[in-house]
Design a protein around this ligand. Structure first.
Ligand SMILES: *Cc1c(COP(=O)(O)O)cnc(C)c1O
Length: 881
C-alpha cells in the first residue's frame, strides 16, 4: 500500500463556518451556451479487438443463427447433448442434479438467444436506458420462472419425463440465488422481472457475492448460521464476461495536475487497485422476446502485477494482497434494516459503484454524444443509499477525468440519479465516518465536502440563513468524528426521491427530509408504492389458483394485466366458485403440511387455521408480540373445559425468518418461539387446538410454498416503522387475509380490497411519539393478559427463564420501545375476531376471493411503469416484432 502525501492536503470543512472550497474549478453562474459542448474522451478499448466482418462472413453467420426449436424431440436432443458435452456425463451416470443442470443449460440456450437479440437491437437503436443499482438481488430459483416466461414448460415436462425424470424433482435441485437479505433485495428482483416483461430497456447492477445470505439452522431452539456457498456447483444462470473488466482504486492520494487544455485538475493517484469482472444474469420477460439483464461484479486481482511497487523479496505479500482483492465480494452483509459501519462494506459499495459507472459510461461513449446528453441517455435508480457513492464518483469522473466544469458536471449528475428511500429507522440510516472515508476514498471525501459547501451556500443565499437549519440539513454531521449522512447526499445528488408506500412517503416528507422538502419544494419527493411480480408470486407458486383464475376469467391475461383480477368479484358470492376456491386453499395447505412433516416431522392439521408470520426477525416487526399472544392462547386453552375446548378453532401458527447473526434480542425471539413450540406441541391436554412451527431457513423458494397456504398472515410492525412490506402483498394476492397494523402498504391494501376484508388493530403512527414520551416519563401499563404471559415465561414454563430475561426486559426496564404493551390488548381482540370469522366458511371464502380480486394495484408492473413515467422518462423498447 502506497500513500504519498500530497502538497495540499485539504483542511476539513465543517458547518456552519464555511470558508474554503476544495476543488479548484471555476463556477459559472450565468454562463450561456456559447461554449462548445464537452464531448467524452475516447472509448477505452476492451482487451479483445473487434474487427468488422465482411458481407460474406456476415451472411454465413446469419445462415447458421437458427432459432432453437421447442418441440419435445428437439428439447430432448438438447438435454442429452448438454449432458454429454457440458457435463461430460451420459446415460450410465445421470442423476437428478445432473439432469437439472443439463435441463437448465438447454433452457439457458433459449434465453441467451433472446438476450442477444435484445442487446443487438438496443445497441443499434441506442434508446435511453435505465440502470437499477442495488447491492441486493434476492432472486431465488430461475428454472421454473424461465420455463413459464418462455412458455415451454409443458413440453419440457414431457421431454424430461421421456428421459426418465420428473420436472418437479428437478426444479428443487436448484439452489436459490440468495444475494439479498429480505424485502429490499426481493423488490429489486421483482422489478427486474417487470422491466423485462414490459420491455423497458433496464439493466440491474449488483455484486456477485460468493456467499449469499447465510443458511439458518436451528439447534436446541437457537439460530446457528452456516455459509451459503451457492456457487459450489456450476451456475447455469450466470454468464461470465471475461472480457468485461474494470479497475477499481482504493486509498491513494490526491494530486494537482494540468490537463490538455492547460487547466488545473485534481487527480486521484496511487493506492491499491482491484479488478471488477462482469457476470451477466439473463432476466426473462413473461411472454416477450425481450430479455433483461442483471450485471453482477466479482472482484479479481489485477491480472498484471504492478511491477513499480513490486520489490524483490516481497513476492509472498504481493500474492496475499491478490487474494485480499478477491475477498472483496465474498460475502453479503447479513443485516436487514441495520447499518454495520465496517470498512469492507464501504469498499464493497465503492467497488460496486465504480465498476457499474465505468460500464455505463463505456456504453454511453460508443454513441459519441456530448456529455450534456448523458441524462437523456442514462437514468440511474439507487435502491436505498447503498449506491450513493455513485453521486461523487460521477462528479469526479466528469470533473477530474473528463475535464468538465464543476457546475456543468453537477447538472449532469443531478439529472441522472434518483433515489429510493426504504426506511426511517435511525439504526438503518447509513452514516460513514469522515476519517474512514478520507482513508479509503480521499478524493471522494473532498468532493462530498464541496458538494455540501455549494449546497449549503445556495440554501443560505436562496432560502434561509438560519444556522440551525444549515446545521440540520448539512450532509456532514458535526459529531466527533464527523459523519457523512448518505441519505442526505443521495437527496442532494438526485432529481427525484421516492418512498415505498403512501404512509412512508408522508413520513419522510414530514420528518427525515422535512428541511429538504421546504428547500426544494414538494415535487421532488414522490411516492411509488412497492409491488410484487404476479408471475412468481401466483402464476408459478400457486398453480392450482392460477388455473382456477384462468378458467374463470377465460384467459391468462391477468398475469400481465393484474387489474383483470377484478373480474373475480362477481363470483365472490357464488357457492360453487367458493368451494372451488376453498379447495385450492386446502390443497396448498396440504402441500405445506407435507413439507413440514417431511422436513420437521411435525404433524399439522390442514383444516386448522394457518396463521403465518414469515419475514426477517426484527424487534420492529414484533414477532415477539406474536409469540406472546400464542402463549396467551395456550394458557387460555389450558383453562378451558373439555366442551369449550372442542368449540375452538384449531390453529397452526407458523413462523419463519432469519435474525442478523449479531442481533442478540432477535435471536432470543427465535429461541422463545422454539421453546414455546416444544411445550405447546407436546401438550396433549389441548387436543391439537394449537401447534407452533418455526420453519428454518426462510428463503424465496420456501416462501413460494408457504405464501399460498395462509389463511391469515401477520404484518404487525409498530405503526410507522415498516416502510412498505411486500410479503403482505404476496399473501393477499394468494387469497390470504391480513392481520396487521395500520402501517406501510397494509393501509393501501386495505383501501384496495375493502376494510371488511382485513383485520386491523393497534395505535396509529401519529400517536407513537406521544406514547413513547409518556411511557418514558410516566411508566408503561402492562395489561393483565400480558402479565399472565410474562409470569408464565418467568415462572419457567418454557425452560430456564434466565435465558429470556434480556428479552422480557425490553418490555419492562427497556421501556417497550416498539409498543407491544400498548397494542397487546387490541391485538388479542382482533385474534378473537379472526377466529369467529373463520367459523363461517362462506363468509371467509368470500373475503378470500375479494382479497385476490382487489390486488391488481400491487403488481410490480404498475410500480415499474410509474418509475419509468415519473422518474426515468423511459419508453418500452420492443424487440423481435
Ligand atoms: C417477500 C420476502 C421478504 C419481505 O417480507 P416482508 O414481510 O415484506 O418483510 C423477505 N424475505 C423473502 C424470502 C421474501 O420472499
Amino acid at each position: 500500500m502506497s500513500t504519498t502525501p500530497t502538497s495540499s492536503r485539504p483542511r476539513r470543512l465543517s458547518m456552519p463556518k464555511l470558508t474554503r472550497r476544495l476543488t479548484n474549478v471555476v463556477i459559472h453562474v450565468d454562463d450561456n451556451d456559447n461554449v462548445e459542448p464537452v464531448t467524452p474522451t475516447s472509448v477505452p478499448s476492451r482487451p479483445s479487438t473487434r474487427e468488422e466482418l465482411d458481407e460474406k462472413a456476415k451472411s454465413n453467420w446469419k445462415k447458421h443463427m437458427l432459432p432453437e426449436k421447442n418441440d419435445t424431440d428437439s428439447i430432448e436432443q438438447d438435454i442429452v447433448h448438454h449432458t454429454i458435452t457440458t457435463l461430460c456425463r451420459g446415460v450410465y451416470n445421470i442423476d437428478k442434479l445432473a439432469m437439472y443442470q443439463a435441463t437448465a443449460h438447454s433452457v439457458r440456450d433459449r434465453l441467451l438467444e433472446d438476450w442477444n437479440c435484445t442487446q443487438e437491437a438496443l445497441h443499434k437503436e441506442n434508446p435511453k436506458r435505465c440502470y437499477y443499482m442495488s447491492m441486493e438481488f434476492l432472486i431465488g430459483r430461475a428454472l421454473d420462472n424461465a420455463l413459464n416466461c418462455l412458455k415451454v414448460k409443458k413440453n419440457y415436462k414431457e421431454s424430461v419425463n421421456n428421459l426418465g425424470f420428473s420436472l418437479e424433482d428437478l426444479l428443487v435441485e436448484e439452489k436459490d440465488a440468495a444475494l439479498g437479505n429480505g424485502g429490499l433485495g426481493r423488490l429489486a428482483a421483482c422489478y427486474m422481472d417487470s422491466t423485462a416483461t414490459l420491455d423497458y430497456p433496464t439493466w440491474g447492477y449488483g455484486l456477485r457475492y460468493q456467499y449469499g445470505i447465510f443458511k439458518q439452522i436451528i439447534k436446541d431452539g437457537y439460530q446457528n448460521e452456516m455459509p451459503d456457498y451457492w456457487l459450489n456447483f456450476d451456475n447455469p444462470w450466470e454468464f461470465p464476461r471475461t472480457d468485461i473488466r474494470y479497475e477499481v482504486r482504493f486509498h491513494g492520494y490526491v494530486a494537482t495536475k494540468m490537463n490538455e487544455k492547460g487547466e488545473s485538475r485534481m487527480s486521484w493517484e496511487g493506492g491499491d487497485k482491484v479488478q471488477a469482472m462482469a457476470y451477466d444474469v439473463p432476466i426473462p420477460g413473461f411472454d416477450t422476446k425481450g430479455c433483461g439483464n442483471i450485471r453482477l461484479w466479482s472482484s479479481k486481482p489485477l491480472n498484471t502485477f504492478d511491477f513499480d511497487s513490486f520489490n524483490a523479496g516481497d513476492y509472498e505479500r504481493s500474492v496475499s494482497e491478490q487474494t485480499n482483492a478477491q475477498n472483496l465480494t465474498s460475502v453479503l452483509y447479513p443485516n436487514d434494516n441495520h447499518l454495520v459501519g465496517k470498512e469492507l462494506r464501504l469498499k464493497q459499495e465503492y467497488f460496486f459503484v465504480s465498476a457499474s459507472l465505468q460500464d455505463i459510461i463505456h456504453r454511453f461513449k460508443r454513441a459519441k454524444c456530448p456529455w450534456k446528453d448523458f441524462p437523456d441517455k442514462v437514468a440511474v435508480q439507487m435502491n436505498d443509499t447503498h449506491p450513493t457513492l455513485a453521486v461523487p464518483e460521477l462528479q469526479r469522473i466528469l470533473v477530474d477525468v473528463e475535464g468538465l466544469e464543476w457546475d456543468d458536471a453537477w447538472d449532469i449528475v443531478t439529472r441522472t440519479f434518483a433515489f429510493t428511500n426504504h426506511t426511517v429507522l435511525p439504526e438503518a440510516l447509513e452514516c460513514w465516518s469522515v476519517p474512514m472515508m478520507e482513508k479509503i476514498l480521499p478524493r471522494h471525501m473532498q468532493i462530498i465536502y464541496d458538494i455540501n459547501l455549494f449546497f449549503l451556500q445556495k440554501v443560505e443565499r436562496d432560502f434561509s440563513p438560519d444556522r440551525e437549519l444549515l446545521k440540520r440539513i448539512s450532509i456532514i454531521e458535526e459529531t466527533s468524528p464527523q459523519q457523512v449522512r448518505m441519505a442526505y447526499l443521495a437527496v442532494v445528488g438526485s432529481h427525484t426521491v421516492n418512498g415505498v408506500a403512501a404512509l412512508h412517503s408522508d413520513l419522510i416528507r414530514k420528518n427525515l427530509f422535512n428541511d429538504f422538502v421546504k428547500y426544494y419544494g414538494p415535487e421532488k419527493f414522490i411516492n411509488i408504492t412497492n409491488g410484487i411480480t404476479p408471475r412468481r408470486w401466483l402464476y408459478q407458486s400457486n398453480p392450482a389458483l392460477r388455473d382456477l383464475i384462468t378458467k374463470t376469467l377465460g384467459s391468462e391475461d391477468w398475469a400481465t394485466h393484474l387489474d383483470l383480477l377484478q373480474g373475480l368479484k362477481k363470483y365472490a358470492d357464488d357457492a360453487a366458485f367458493q368451494d372451488a376456491w376453498a379447495d385450492v386453499k386446502l390443497q396448498n395447505k396440504k402441500r405445506l403440511a407435507d413439507w413440514i412433516k417431511t422436513n420437521m416431522n411435525i404433524t399439522v392439521n390442514p383444516h386448522a387455521l394457518f396463521d403465518i408470520q414469515v419475514k426477517r426477525i426484527h424487534e420492529y416487526k414484533r414477532q415477539f408480540m406474536n409469540i406472546l399472544s400464542v402463549i396467551y392462547r395456550y394458557k387460555s386453552l389450558k383453562k378451558m373445559s373439555a366442551e369449550d375446548l372442542e368449540q375452538q378453532v384449531p390453529r397452526v401458527v407458523i413462523f419463519g425468518g432469519k435474525a442478523a447473526p449479531g442481533y442478540y434480542i432477535a435471536k432470543l425471539v427465535i429461541k422463545l418461539i422454539n421453546s414455546a413450540a416444544d411445550v405447546i406441541n407436546n401438550d396433549v391436554s389441548i387436543k391439537d387446538m394449537l401447534k407452533v412451527v418455526f420453519i428454518p431457513d426462510y428463503n424465496v423458494s420456501l416462501a413460494e410454498i408457504i405464501v399460498p397456504a395462509s389463511d391469515i398472515s401477520q404484518h404487525i410492525s409498530t405503526a410507522g416503522t415498516e416502510a412498505s412490506g411486500t410479503s403482505n402483498m404476496k399473501f393477499v394476492l394468494n387469497g390470504g387475509l391480513i392481520l396487521g397494523t395500520v402501517d406501510g402498504a397494509n393501509i393501501e391494501i386495505c383501501e384496495q380490497i375493502g376494510k371488511e376484508n382485513i383485520f386491523m388493530f393497534g395505535v396509529l403512527a401519529d400517536a407513537v411519539d406521544d406514547i413513547r414520551h409518556n411511557q418514558k416519563y410516566h411508566g408503561l401499563f402492562i395489561d393483565a393478559s400480558l402479565q399472565v404471559v410474562i409470569d408464565a415465561i418467568q415462572g419457567g414454563e418454557f425452560g430456564d427463564p434466565s435465558v429470556f430475561g434480556p428479552l422480557i426486559n425490553t418490555l419492562t426496564y427497556g421501556g417497550d420501545y416498539y409498543l407491544i404493551s400498548t397494542d397487546f390488548k387490541s391485538y388479542l381482540q382482533e385474534h378473537t375476531v379472526v377466529d369467529d370469522t373463520f367459523r363461517d366458511r362462506a363468509v371467509w371464502n368470500k373475503k378470500s376471493i375479494m382479497c385476490t380480486a382487489g390486488m391488481g394495484f400491487f403488481s410490480s408492473d404498475r410500480a415499474v411503469r410509474t418509475y419509468a413515467e415519473k422518474i426515468w422518462k423511459l419508453k418500452p423498447f420492443k424487440v423481435g416484432v
